[in-house]
Design a protein around this ligand. Structure first.
Ligand SMILES: [Zn+2]
Length: 644
């Protein structure tokens, strides 16, 4: 396979329903893969689109009082707009109602028909209207559709059939000879298990009298094409099969990306269709698992809809992307929960990534006047810690490449986060705040290395969180756009030049999550920059003294509008009044709070929670009943006095 090309497709989404999170995940994965391979210097083509024919569409349109075309236009438009608003950078959005697609479907049908692999026959069997397909007696569950649980009808009709059985032996051999044709391996095994039974021929038509909303068979216009025989062909029609430059260029490296529910059409029907049409099979079928919510598949038909945009609006699209790509081991099912998303956002993004950038740039500001030194001039004096840091980053590029080649997004992110830990350890071992006092030249070396490490973290994060990566580079004073960056030019240690750091806000403010049974503590802004407060382990008295803990008195308290958990407090610190937002609404009714003395962290960066400014964090701990209990002076103390 030519290394310099990459062609990735999502399934074309069926327009019987609006986009949901399952669709969003697949499309985000494709976008991430496309961005990665572009960064790696490949010519990339990313295809998505919508599947618009079939009985379900005709009926949904009728129910909505629209023509099928108007209905398809509307829902297809919603998919396209959703992906665009999420910043998913597809190269083409194909629709199966486009004339260029219809022409290719008909040409391929004609070719296979003329080769004798499509024949006319009568078929009688159990049919599900919802699935638009016949079920064998073995597949039916007590005469009902296994998916819809509705009674199957016995339908007898003349139809056209594709001689799929003829290609069974070829397909088994092909899968065995190309072990990563279908991956991960569990899905290859699933396909092979299916192929142990005799493969039946595939009914590929529907009488027009029963279903008019489809592509007519070119050799018999009393029939339209069965939806799969129409939909799968988008992967080649979009490229301008047979003569288009895109087809010639990209089809030899085609990789499909699907959820496991459509393994059979993609792993069995599609390769045999390609073989019969005289087209080379695709290179890889990459199959992912389901997101589980309360043990049920996240899909419209089961009524568990979670709008990806809603989640993206609530927590940010970058956090959503990170969560989806980090939490699911590609190929396996994963549990989706809003709480797990918030946990990752606070721990991995706000605390780890965001805080590392913030503390580094604060030190650059404090000790180097905001000037980031070039790494190259530091070479004359390299410590063991420097060497270990550089080595870790030299190995990163190859490690990420290996994981991305196998669609192991979560492991690529793990590799990046291991480097974040490495940089945190490096700062803690170098202690720039001590070097500043006794060895100023060494500060430049230590912070130069730290900024170089962050530059490479931004570069490698780009495919996963493009906007965050761009922000990291901008904060590091790098003028180049990551969308134009290439690993071959920017991926090596030492490519960072001298430049001026840019002040800015925290990348990821911590967020509040209100669980049903509260145990999460109070929300706070990221810890102050420059201090090793996140180093873990023991801290010195110096570090403790950086915390400004004060006795405060609550003057007013009211619930934050629209929040189940937040209370807006005004507190007195003696000479000063502060607005503090705290997640204690489940634990205290606001009116009982007024007049209480509490302890607050007074020197946290201000943050906003649900639009309300918070300047400080109160201290609380879970009580015996699981509710939060405020930390309070044992008897009245002087308001505003420092807690020591
Ligand atoms: Zn069904």
């Amino acid at each position: 396979m030519p290394e310099e090309l990459f062609y990735i497709t999502t399934p074309i989404y069926y327009v019987n329903a609006l986009p949901h999170s399952g669709h969003a995940y697949t499309t985000i994965v494709a976008d991430t893969a496309a961005r990665y391979h572009r960064l790696a210097g490949r010519r990339v083509y990313f295809l998505t689109g919508t599947d618009e024919h079939g009985d379900k569409i005709a009926r949904a349109a009728a129910a909505a009082g629209e023509t099928p075309q108007a209905y398809a236009d509307r829902i297809s438009g919603a998919f396209r707009t959703t992906w665009e608003r999420m910043g998913l950078g597809f190269d083409q959005f194909i629709r199966t109602t486009e004339a260029r697609h219809t022409q290719v479907v008909q040409a391929i049908l004609q070719t296979i028909y003329e080769a004798g692999d499509i024949y006319h026959s009568e078929y009688g069997g159990l049919y599900c209207v919802g699935c638009e397909r016949f079920y064998t007696d073995k597949e039916a569950v007590e005469g009902k559709c296994p998916d819809h649980q509705t009674p199957l009808e016995f339908v007898k009709e003349q139809n056209y059939f594709f001689r799929m059985s003829k290609y069974q032996d070829w397909l088994v051999r092909h899968i065995q000879e190309h072990p990563d044709f279908i991956r991960p391996e569990r899905y290859k095994n699933e396909a092979l298990a299916f192929l142990r039974e005799p493969l039946e021929d595939l009914c590929i038509s529907r009488p027009r009298a029963r279903l008019a909303w489809g592509i007519p068979l070119p050799f018999d216009d009393r029939y339209v094409t069965y939806v799969w025989f129409d939909a799968l062909i988008n992967y080649v029609s979009a490229l301008g099969y047979p003569d288009g430059e895109l087809f010639q260029t990209f089809w030899p490296v085609a990789q499909h990306l699907i959820a496991k529910d459509i393994l059979k059409p993609h792993g069995i029907y599609w390769p045999t269709m390609l073989k019969a049409a005289g087209i080379e099979p695709y290179q890889h079928l990459n199959v992912h698992g389901y997101w589980l919510m309360d043990e049920a598949k996240m899909s419209k038909s089961r009524g568990r809809v979670l709008s990806p945009l809603e989640l993206g609006e609530k927590y940010g699209l970058e956090a959503l992307r990170y969560f989806l790509l980090r939490e699911m081991a590609f190929g396996l099912d994963a549990n989706f929960s809003e709480e797990a998303l918030v946990t990752r956002l606070n721990a991995d993004l706000a605390n780890n990534l965001g805080n590392l950038l913030q503390r580094t740039l604060a030190m650059v500001e404090r000790f180097l006047g905001g000037e980031i030194p070039p790494v190259t001039i530091q070479e004359h004096r390299v410590t063991e810690a420097d060497a270990s840091l550089v080595l870790a980053f030299q190995e990163l590029q190859e490690e990420v490449a290996r994981e991305m080649a196998g669609f192991a997004f979560h492991r690529a992110l793990e590799a990046i986060w291991q480097r974040l830990d490495k940089v945190n350890q490096y700062i803690d071992s170098q202690k720039p705040w001590e070097l500043a006092k006794k060895e100023p030249a060494a500060v430049s070396r230590a912070l130069g290395n730290t900024c170089e490490a962050l530059r490479l973290i931004g570069l490698h994060l780009y495919p996963f969180m493009p906007a965050t990566a761009e922000k990291i580079w901008a904060r590091l004073g790098i003028g180049d756009r990551l969308s134009d960056a290439r690993l071959s030019q920017s991926g090596e240690w030492g490519k960072g030049a001298a430049r001026k750091a840019v002040r800015g806000e925290a990348l990821f403010p911590r967020v509040e999550f209100a669980p049903a049974e509260g145990s999460l503590s109070v929300a706070a802004a990221p810890a102050g920059a420059g201090e090793p407060v996140l180093a873990g382990g023991e801290i010195g008295i110096e570090e403790f003294r950086r915390l400004d803990l004060r006795v405060a008195e609550i003057l007013t308290a009211k619930a934050v509008r629209g929040s189940k958990k937040l209370v807006h407090l005004t507190v007195s610190l003696g000479g000063e009044e502060r607005s503090v937002v705290a997640g204690i609404l489940l634990d205290y009714s606001p009116e009982t709070l007024v007049g209480k003395q509490i302890v607050v962290v007074a020197n946290l960066q201000p943050t906003k929670l649900m639009g309300v400014e918070s300047r400080g964090m109160l201290l609380a701990a879970p009580g015996a009943d699981g509710k939060l209990v405020l930390v309070s002076p044992e008897r009245p103390a002087a308001v505003g006095s420092k807690v020591k």
